[in-house]
Design a protein around this ligand. Structure first.
Ligand code: HEC
Length: 220
């Protein structure tokens, strides 16, 4: 894991290097510590660290961007990007304000609105100080070079894993270890990315466990 000392030291050194007084540098280091604390309890890492959704988060590339994209019906497939300060593939060129704004409003510096998997509706409640604290902490992370795929539109084919909600009759359990690879499905099943948006909707209303009378789920 990331050591506690590194961000403190780094932010103080950065502060002093940029001509801040020691108390400014201490304020900067408090900001970074607050950000580190917030990121440790808000699960940014679940979505933004590679390997996390595959069961093996790669903490050497902490918050370095996910290889698993979220499928949002009708909108496309979105990969949680690299939050480290790498200039080419991460947030290296974003200011603290731009990062804080993206976290709390979902609007990127280029004006694009972030897709719903990024929990902006909750993060909207962060105070400006806390949002800037998170941004300041992200700036102290070791830069990771990793460009996440996408985003992909609803009709585009994603190039890496996709996180998708499936109804039970579409779910295929993994074969036991050592068994031959499964035969491809007989019917021409469309690939995950091109599943029409409507098909995903019933997922949320299916209650498979007990056999209640087959009344259609009441439409809300
Ligand atoms: C449930 C998953 C999830 C969680 C939790 C989450 N994010 Fe995200 N985040 C995403 C996805 C997916 C995107 C990309 C959305 C898009 O491209 O439209 C994103 C985008 C972003 C972006 C924009 C980056 C860019 O290059 O466009 C920032 C900044 C960000 N997240 C910061 C955070 C921080 C900080 C936290 C924790 C406080 C966090 N996220 C928690 C899923 C998540």
């Amino acid at each position: 894991m990331i050591s506690v000392k590194r961000p403190v030291l780094l932010s103080m050194l950065l502060g002093v290097a940029f001509g801040m007084s020691l108390s400014d540098a201490q304020a900067a280091s408090r900001l970074v510590q607050r950000g580190k604390y917030l990121v440790s309890i808000i699960p940014c890492t679940d979505c933004h660290t590679p390997g996390s959704f595959l069961g093996h988060p790669d903490m050497t590339r902490y918050l370095g961007g996910s290889e698993v994209g979220f499928m949002v019906p009708g909108l496309g497939v979105f990969y949680a990007p690299n939050l480290t300060p790498d200039k080419d593939t991460g947030l290296g060129n974003w200011t603290l304000r731009q990062i804080a704004t993206a976290i709390t409003t979902g609007v990127r510096p280029d004006g694009r609105k972030l897709a719903p998997p990024m929990p902006v509706d909750s993060f909207h409640n962060l105070t400006r100080y806390d949002a800037l604290a998170i941004a300041a902490y992200l700036k102290t992370l070791p830069p990771v070079k990793n460009k996440v795929p996408g985003p992909f539109g609803p009709t585009q084919k994603p190039t890496s894993f996709v996180y998708q909600v499936l109804p039970p009759d579409k779910y295929m359990p993994a074969p036991p270890p050592g068994s031959p690879p499964p035969a491809p499905p007989a019917a021409a099943t469309p690939p995950a990315a091109t599943t029409p948006p409507a098909a995903a909707a019933p997922t949320l209303t299916v209650a498979p466990a007990s056999p209640p009378p087959a009344a259609p789920a009441p439409a809300k």
